[in-house]
Design a protein around this ligand. Sequence first.
Ligand code: TPP
Ligand code: DXP
Ligand code: MG
Length: 617
Amino acid sequence: MFELLNRIHGTADLKALYPEQLPQLADEMRHYLIETLAPIGGHLGAGLGVVELSIALHYLFNSPQDKIVWDVGHQAYPHKILTGRLAGMPTIRQYGGLCGFTKRSESEHDPFGAGHASTSISAAYGIAAGRDLNHEGYHVVAVIGDGALTGGMAFEALNHAGAHNNRLLVILNDNEMSIAPNVGAMSSYLARIITGKPYTQAKDTAKRILGKLPGALDAAKRLEEHVKGMITPGTLFEEMGFRYVGPIDGHDFDHLLPTLANCKELDGPMLLHVVTKKGLGFSPAEEDPETWHGLGPYNVETGIPHKSAGCPPTYTQVFGNTLADMADHDESIVAITAAMPAGTGISLFAKRHPERCFDVGIAEQHAVTFAGGLAVAGKRPYVAIYSTFMQRGYDQIIHDICIQNLPVTFCLDRAGIVGADGATHAGMFDIAFMRNLPNMTVMAPKDEAELKKMLATSRKINGPVTIRYPRGNGYGVDISSSSVLPVGKAEVLEEGSDGLVVAVGSRVRDALSAVETLRKEDGRALTLLNLRFIKPLDVEAILSHLKQGKQLAVVEEGIAQGGIGQEIAVAALKSGWSGPFIHIAMPDNFPVHGTQNELLRDLKMDSQGILKQLRDH
Ligand SMILES: Cc1ncc(C[n+]2csc(CCOP(=O)(O)OP(=O)(O)O)c2C)c(N)n1
Ligand SMILES: CC(=O)[C@@H](O)[C@H](O)COP(=O)(O)O
Ligand SMILES: [Mg+2]
């Protein structure tokens, strides 16, 4: 079934094929991806959309000498297959398996690692500039999606590269989708280019010439002048110093091969606009690219993603519902997402209050300052962004929100271990980077009911607030209450005189289980505090439960350095306490990928790990 695909152990095997065989290879690769990901899930739609583009790139360029930089890296599955990683594909995103994104340590064909969006042009231009300083001659290609092009970094890089003459090919893979439908003026502009005259002309030119030629590669040699003719003057990219070529059909080798071959010959910065369809070849993914962007296991025959029946709602769902409900009664509430309406749970808000919901594109920095502006205009902005992507907006949080003490609430989903997305997506720094900001209040709920209460509490705080909560399902607890919590007060869950455990948010349940086991099995009675507020810290409760000479443990799902455990330890020492201190937190390295449970187990942060550490110290 995979006659050609099974021959591909590296790029040399691809280059040994005739151009006429490439459509069959593309077909096989699509089937392989659809089947291989069915039991394990992953990023399917984007990869299906760039099968031909990936094949054409590796057919014509010589990786690893030539450098191909994929933006985000979620679409790089075909690239992985073509660069010797076919056998590893069934392990992708699983513990010990291939990474779901490009990763330097995984392959010499991944010149620049990714996971976060909009970095490819900067990285590729840096490589090209370095190459030229070294007087080397290889090619550098950045492949960026239309979604990733909404990110500020992409524009910063275009602005920089377009003013210089280094040879750099930027391929804009335009499928009119981010995770959700793409947004913004640039997206509309690209759509106008595609539907406008220049696109028709470019397509016609390519077709007319190619129709007369025998093989695509021979055609390439003779097409240079014509491809030059495809350069469209007057586009925004041309004005920014890039030669603009396209748009071309990204699924047609007769367009891709000659155009790319000619782009290789031209000097200076160049942008090739390629039009593709996300999810191509699998009708459920073509029809609903948002669902099929990235998902868990699915049934190939029915095209239906597996649903785990009877699971409690996710934190994301509870957040989305609660915020939409709050906005029903409070006209001032507005919601902001940076291109992730479904992932953050903002979609429901968007349906109920479309005029108060803003999708700003992959633009976390702008999202933060935009929220600041809304706050100045009397609104109560809720900015829903994954913990890892909030890293992008840090200066804005300080400069635009905290210094001015504006009432903006940051709702950080996927805080802590995220699992299959691995190091690039781990939400491990937000406790450290939010808790040190003057004016900021930081909360972490122990369950979904507390998340709801924290949202209600945030409305009462007249300044910046952060609420961090984990990826995945809640515990199925009663979520009917919207009571407001006393600000800065911890909750006592267990009391005992043999020591104190302070647990934060997502680690409270497992800490409780460990404390209960210690009481039952070892006869050791520890006090357990659910911290609730990382800032302001409830020093009074902590000191009042400390026992001289007895254990003090802090459990938090974040990096230990700069974690709240450090502040608690200092407060304890200052008070004159001495005794064994255990900081159960993430160590000073980046996590691998796997399930959340596998990673928590490895880090000794699940209930068994916490129990063992409390016992051993
Ligand atoms: C800084 C950042 N914010 C958000 C995301 C989440 N994200 C991953 S892929 C994606 C959409 C990318 O769209 P596009 O570049 O057009 O690629 P496509 O999936 O359409 O091929 C988003 C928003 C991210 N990876 N990085
Ligand atoms: C590529 C990317 O950054 C997103 O697609 C991310 O993988 C989504 O993660 P969730 O599945 O946690 O929403
Ligand atoms: Mg896209």
